[in-house]
Write a protein that binds this ligand. Structure first.
Ligand SMILES: [Fe+2]
Length: 377
């Protein structure tokens, strides 16, 4: 299968994975469905960014997800309920912490059982409730980074909890500021900067949350060079959980569509974050993140520096810019596997870009006989 953004879908393409609707118990569109004009319009109208499509040359390529889509939707719904309860005046904060604790246990379990869990998180971003999806993603990503740093059991669970609850203080920020399409005014930004403190004020009465969790939440917008907020802390003054959550938070935020900008690609985001090592991000924490980051997620089409085009079939821990690519360009290399990380033959070959031009994608898909799999009615 390959990943195709919704705007580049063509009638006749066949879905290689189920499409899940927001908060639904069953798929919106099933695997194996041949897409028609109306189905593609429906996907665009629902704000779905992209889907997985069958490709004759790529049957052996599978997306390895550590958490299934059903589970992600269930957890996102659960986080939504927790946040709504925390917002309500008489919400049961102890029940909320209990629910967060169960999800944190689950994250620790899946992350510690999947030693090479590279991030392949395109599809969950299809679902709209940004703040809940973002809280879940930051919880998972923080757990993965903590696992790479050697954290165990309760320490990892505390980190997962802090990651999920890092933005709970935004419940106190007016929606007009949170959802503003343009840049914030100085006054609005001053209000926004209070959300880490609002978060710990909301949670500090709860005995189920440790000081480390609260310190992680209140420091997640601090920067190593002291230019962050709310306190302008520097280097070791920032709690290590805050440093970890900062990396997870920025990665997930930049790779998500927002009201004021389109999402960045994973490779642009990783390149940008690497340029911020030592000023925004702690170098050791960013390195731990890069061990599991996939700049080019599995199933994305790419153009190589030797002119060949292919699809990413796997990623290599610690080398996010050098994945394993299956060549789709017709000719002598068609079907060949280029391991850009480990095979000395290909070490001089780089990825120039992901392929997003609709005509180019259509050409590659046609050359790989995607349209011949099933007749279009
Ligand atoms: Fe935040």
């Amino acid at each position: 299968m390959i990943y195709v953004s919704t705007n580049n879908l063509k009638p006749g393409m066949i879905l290689a994975k189920d499409i899940w609707g927001k908060s639904s118990c069953f798929p919106l569109i099933h695997i194996g469905t041949t897409l028609g004009v109306s189905t593609i319009k429906r996907l665009i109208d629902k704000g779905i960014q992209g889907v997985y499509i069958e490709c004759e040359g790529c049957e052996d390529i599978e997306v390895n997800e550590i958490i299934s889509m059903e589970e992600k939707i269930r957890i996102t719904d659960e986080i939504g309920k927790i946040f709504k309860s925390l917002q309500a005046e008489k919400g049961n904060i102890f029940a909320c912490v209990e629910s967060v604790s169960k999800i944190a246990d689950y994250f620790v379990d899946v992350v510690t059982k999947n030693h090479e869990c590279l991030m392949n998180i395109i599809d969950i971003k299809n679902y709209n409730e940004y703040s809940y999806v973002h809280s879940m993603q930051v919880g998972i990503l923080s757990t993965i980074i903590g696992n790479n740093l050697g954290y165990k059991n309760n320490r990892l669970k505390e980190l997962a909890t802090a990651g999920m609850l890092h933005d709970v203080g935004k419940l106190n920020i007016p929606i007009e500021i949170l959802d503003k399409a343009g840049p914030l005014t100085d006054e609005e930004f001053a209000i926004m900067k209070k959300h880490p403190d609002y978060g710990i004020a909301k949670l500090s009465t709860c005995h189920g949350l440790s000081k480390d969790i609260l310190d992680g939440i209140v420091t997640h917008h601090e920067k190593i060079d002291g230019t962050g907020y709310p306190r302008g802390l520097k280097e070791d003054e920032i709690h290590v959980f805050g440093k970890i959550i900062a990396v997870a938070d920025v990665y997930d935020a930049l790779t998500s569509d927002r009201s004021y900008r389109k999402s960045w690609t994973p490779h642009d985001t990783i390149n940008y974050m690497m340029s911020c090592a030592g000023n925004h991000f702690d170098v050791d924490i960013l390195s731990a993140f890069l061990l599991s980051a996939a700049a080019y997620p599995v199933d994305v089409l790419v153009l190589l520096s030797n002119g060949l085009k292919g699809v990413v079939i796997n990623t290599v821990a610690g080398l996010p810019l050098n994945p394993i690519v299956k060549i789709l360009t017709p000719g002598e290399h068609h079907g060949e596997i280029f391991d850009l990380a480990n095979d000395i033959k290909y070490l001089t070959i780089k990825i120039l870009d992901t392929i997003s031009d609709p005509e180019e994608i259509e050409c590659i898909l046609a050359e790989n006989k995607i349209y011949s799999l099933r007749k279009v009615n």
